[in-house]
Design a binder for this molecule. Structure first.
Ligand code: DX5
Ligand code: ZN
Length: 225
């Protein structure tokens, strides 16, 4: 399973999204944080802006919906062309039905958990999902410190995915840098979201390459161990 680096545009200059997306063309996907000021205490943008981001982005979109009522709204993001749509387990009423709707609309179905939410209830549901996102900060803001207390949960989910034999990606989001990426990858993550570590760098493409290289080395070392 390959390693994916998805920069979060939350730390980009919102007044120049076209230019900011061009800075990450070597990444796998652009991570787009949708916040509604209800599920999290922050507000970003909604479908019309995401649709424009999709139109100008050189790479596919990985939408992360930190919103209430994803049962109503998540399918809209699939319909406007997001390649992957992540909703929060804590906010969804019918996660299985919603995952099926996302797949039917042509998107990868992905579900996220906050740091204090257990992943055990998702284990039997793995066939319904293309990706699980384990948050490694409390969602809402970029630039927070990576929560090492989430590492055992990442490892448990990786074990469950391996045991299932399914091709489910394991994403981590929050506090990923060249310093923390090794621990996340060793625990079993293979999709790494990084906001401030990419957009805070002078050369974003170089920061992506550095994260990719550090992550690959950690994955190779973990495979040998
Ligand atoms: C936080 C967002 C993240 C955030 C990550 O709620 O979901 O995607 O942008 O930013 P960093 O990498 O700075 O922690
Ligand atoms: Zn995110």
């Amino acid at each position: 399973m390959g390693l994916h680096i998805n920069p979060s545009i939350l730390s980009a200059d919102f007044a120049d999204l076209t230019g900011e997306l061009a800075r990450i063309s070597s990444a796998d996907m652009a991570h787009v944080d949708v916040m509604d000021n209800h599920f999290v205490p922050n507000l970003t943008f909604g479908p019309p802006v995401v649709e424009r981001i999709r139109a100008v982005s050189p790479i596919p979109l990985d939408a992360h919906l930190m919103i209430e009522d994803p049962d109503t709204w998540a399918p809209v993001y699939a319909e406007i062309g997001c390649a992957s749509v992540t909703f929060h387990l804590e906010a969804a009423t019918a996660p299985v039905r919603l995952a099926r709707e996302l797949r039917a609309a042509g998107a990868k179905a992905s579900v996220a958990v906050r740091p204090a939410t257990p992943v055990e209830s998702l284990i039997d549901l793995l066939p319904e999902f293309d990706q699980i996102l384990i948050m490694t900060v409390e969602p809402g803001f970029g630039g927070q410190r990576f929560l090492d207390v989430c590492l055992p949960k990442i490892a448990r989910m990786r074990k469950a995915i391996s045991a299932s034999g399914l091709d489910v990606m394991l994403q981590v989001d929050g506090g990923i840098s060249t310093e923390t990426i090794e621990r996340a990858v060793e625990a079993g993550a293979n999709v790494l979201v990084a906001g401030s570590a990419v957009y805070g760098a002078e050369d974003a493409e170089q920061a992506i390459a550095h994260l990719r290289e550090t992550g690959r080395r950690a994955a190779a070392a973990a495979a040998e161990a």
